[in-house]
Ligand binder design. Structure first.
Ligand SMILES: Nc1ncnc2c1ncn2[C@@H]1O[C@H](COP(=O)(O)OP(=O)(O)O)[C@@H](O)[C@H]1O
Ligand SMILES: O=C(OP(=O)(O)O)[C@H](O)COP(=O)(O)O
Length: 408
């Protein structure tokens, strides 16, 4: 099935219906506060449209992952949503317990209820095929309270989790406006014929990024891959560079050392992967300095100026630049410069730019350069999986839903 053939809000009747709307409100967080509200704002048109069409809208999302600092309640998201929607949002600190179910049942057309972080449920943290996820407690408990399921969470479309792929198998389903816009825009802007294509990949989700790099290389999508963030550290170690005890400890604690053989394999196969020349580091006394990548003594926090310059030069040759994940720990203003400069250089390069992930969206806004961007995706991993030619489970599930409910 072609993606354009998936049902949208134009194809479903939601008047007086109870709609379960999966969004991605997952936002950068510091000290339990939201650092950026772009993802919340992005879903407002879908929510407004459903309300205007007479639906009672129950919104479901995740935030962070268990064990991470950003794994928090959606209470701040509810406050923000009320503000940007200009309407009071009902919030329940529960997902499928008696209180949540009571509030869902009582919700009236024109009202919005936000459930709490769906990853508070163990089931949501497991990836499995749609048929399996349709049988989870979450889906069995909640599906009977709804008439329609709408998936607007493009940024989570690469996850095969119950709230993404389980509901479409048991409820008539459609894409929300964000999902529709992303899928249509990316299919249009990402022309396989236009090259060179440079991918600048950073951030902290290294296992996902390595799988994506494998696909980018296998399908010959990327002409060059410039690594930053923790992704770069793994590739440097794979090249045999000694990053020092402290950085190796970080990689070990994050469970990233196991990825080194995969990274080595990619390098040995001649994958066009570049690594940073220098880093901004911090020592135990809190002194920040720039150190060459091959003789690092402090804790790596950002890429250094030589890396920015070299990557900037390489980006000048690109016709398409895809960037995802920050180059350093940009939550700390002392380590924001690498990410900011790389974003700026990409935007000034003249290439068509595609940015993904919550952190970079925040930087583009901060630079005030939104008008120079080719496409800002709400997704990071989902965007790259899509561009690397992988099937997105969320779309696959919507396709299965269409076959089950729409062809009758
Ligand atoms: N060298 C580094 N060491 C530790 N953490 C890093 C490093 N570089 C980036 N990070 C962290 O990666 C996180 C963002 O990664 P990720 O979630 O993959 O990006 P995004 O949300 O933009 O998709 C940030 O919290 C940032 O602090
Ligand atoms: O922020 C997200 O992905 P991204 O960092 O790749 O953009 C999505 O909310 C998915 O989150 P996950 O990678 O914890 O499944």
């Amino acid at each position: 099935m072609k993606l354009e053939e998936l049902p949208t809000l134009d194809d479903i009747d939601v008047s007086n219906k109870k709609v379960l709307l999966r969004v991605d409100f997952n936002s950068p967080v510091k000290d339990e506060e939201l650092l950026d509200d772009s993802r919340i704002r992005a879903h407002v048109p879908t929510i407004k449209e459903l309300l205007e069409k007479g639906a009672a809208v129950v919104v479901i999302s995740h935030q962070g992952r268990p064990g991470e600092d950003d794994f928090i309640t959606l209470e701040p998201h509810a406050k923000k949503l009320s503000e940007v929607l200009g309407q009071t949002i009902n919030f329940v600190d529960d997902v499928m317990g008696p209180e949540a179910r009571r509030r869902i049942k009582e919700l009236k057309p024109g009202e919005v209820l936000l459930l709490d972080n769906v990853r508070f449920l163990a089931e949501e943290n497991i990836n499995a095929p749609p048929e399996v996820q349709a049988k989870t407690y979450l889906v069995r408990r909640l599906a009977k309270l709804f008439d329609v399921y709408v998936n607007d969470a493009f940024a989570t479309a690469h996850r095969s989790q119950p709230s993404v792929v389980g509901f479409p198998l048991v409820l008539p389903s459609a894409m929300g406006r964000v999902m529709e816009k992303e899928v249509k825009a990316l299919s249009k802007v990402f022309n396989p014929q236009v090259s060179p294509k440079i991918f600048v990949l950073g951030g902290g989700k290294v296992p996902d990024t390595i799988v994506i790099i494998e696909n980018l290389v296998k399908n010959k999508v990327a002409d060059r891959i410039l690594t930053t963030g923790l992704v770069a550290e793994v590739f440097l170690v794979a090249k045999g560079v000694d990053l020092g005890e402290k950085n190796m400890e970080v990689l070990e604690k994050k469970g990233l050392l196991g990825l080194i053989p995969k990274a080595k394999k990619l390098l040995l196969a001649g994958a066009p992967i570049e690594t940073p020349l220098d880093f901004k580091t911090v020592d135990e006394e809190g002194n920040v300095r720039v150190e060459p990548a091959f003789s690092v003594t402090g804790l790596i926090r950002d890429v250094g100026p030589a890396t920015v310059k070299t990557y900037g030069e390489l980006m000048k040759d690109a016709r398409v630049i895809v960037m995802r994940g920050p180059a350093g720990v940009m939550e700390d203003p002392r380590f924001r410069e690498g990410t900011r400069e790389l974003v700026r250089l990409a935007l000034e390069s003249g290439a068509f730019t595609i940015f993904g992930g919550g952190h970079l969206t925040a930087v583009i806004k901060e630079l005030g350069m939104e008008d120079k961007v080719g496409h800002i995706s709400t997704g990071g991993g989902a965007l790259l999986s899509f561009l690397a030619g992988k099937e997105l489970p969320a779309l696959k599930a919507l396709e299965m839903s269409k076959e089950r409910f729409w062809s009758k």
